[in-house]
Design a protein around this ligand. Structure first.
Ligand code: ASP
Length: 287
């Protein structure tokens, strides 16, 4: 049993609205404390990232779960993925409608099917059969953030990465997608290797303009830079975000490696995030 643990969570890249982010800061600190307590108690990284992302989804403070925004057709289509780095088991759902916790649906795909990813109507029927909690009334449940300005794309995905005291890494990402997205649009968040990834080297959750993260396979790229390129975590994460910027894309990543190293680079105007370092220190940052 290794003694080190570490955790990072995010509430999305892009801090665009001219308002106070105190509620998000307080909420992220609460969750960082909760994640730290779970890791100190010896909980598995997979359980920790599931629970933290479930609580991020339920809060309504981010563009995921309760805070998701409708697409151009007025429908709430949500994406999520989860991955256990210790054995590379993974599950994901895309364009899921009608359920409170997309991350629970993704985990159920991982644990109860021979598949990795379910989409659309199939994902919905599956979540129903699993008796996952449904959104009873779409209009009453969701509290979508208004588009913060005239930009076509704004972001607010949530995610969590963790290293547990047994040395296992896990990652989870959940999103309502980008504001004003087309019906059926799927971003990077539920695509393993793009917006979510965990293996024996590193766990990664991305946020930002998903199309760029898809085109660069950013989450897996960070692992590959470390495994094949022998880059440090900091170099790998910064290099991957540099590539996003090189294509005029915006966003950020949170990453934890097998030694408890943390990296959280972004090139967007801010990224809501909190960290638990191996010495137990907690930081919460937005800018
Ligand atoms: N990456 C997400 C997507 O493109 C959006 C976000 O990070 O907020 O769906």
């Amino acid at each position: 049993m290794s003694k080190s643990y570490a955790l990072l969570l995010h509430g999305g890249a892009g801090v665009l609205a001219p308002r106070s982010y105190d509620p998000e800061r307080m909420h992220m600190r609460e969750l960082a404390e909760a994640g730290k307590a779970m890791l100190e108690a010896g909980d598995a990284a997979l359980d920790v990232v599931t629970e933290i992302v479930r609580r991020l989804e339920a809060s309504g403070l981010y563009v995921a779960g309760k805070g998701a925004s409708p697409n151009k057709a007025g429908r709430y289509e949500l994406d999520a993925a989860i991955m256990d780095g210790s054995d590379r088991r993974a599950g994901s759902v895309a364009a899921l409608t009608g359920f409170v916790s997309p991350i629970h649906a993704a985990r159920a795909v991982m644990e109860t099917t021979p598949h990795v990813m379910l989409a659309g109507r199939g994902a919905e029927s599956f979540a129903g059969l699993q008796e996952l909690e449904r959104v009873e009334s779409v209009n009453d449940y969701y509290t979508p953030a208004a588009a913060p300005d005239d930009r076509a794309i704004a972001t607010g995905t949530v995610g969590c990465v963790a290293l547990d005291t047994s040395g296992r890494l896990a990652a989870a990402t959940s999103t309502g997608g980008t504001l004003n997205k087309l019906e059926g649009r799927v971003g990077d968040s539920p695509i393993l290797g793009a917006g979510c990834w965990a293996d024996e080297h590193v766990a990664v959750s991305c946020t930002g303009q998903g199309e760029f993260f898809l085109r660069r396979a950013t989450a897996k790229d960070i692992s590959a830079r470390m495994a094949y390129g022998r880059q440090s975590l900091a170099e790998a994460a910064a290099g991957a975000i540099g590539d996003i910027g090189g294509m005029d894309g915006e966003g950020g990543v949170i990453c934890v490696d097998s030694q408890g190293g943390l990296a959280q680079p972004f090139n967007s105007p801010g990224m809501k995030r909190a960290a638990v370092y191996p010495d137990g220190r907690i930081t919460v940052e937005i800018d």
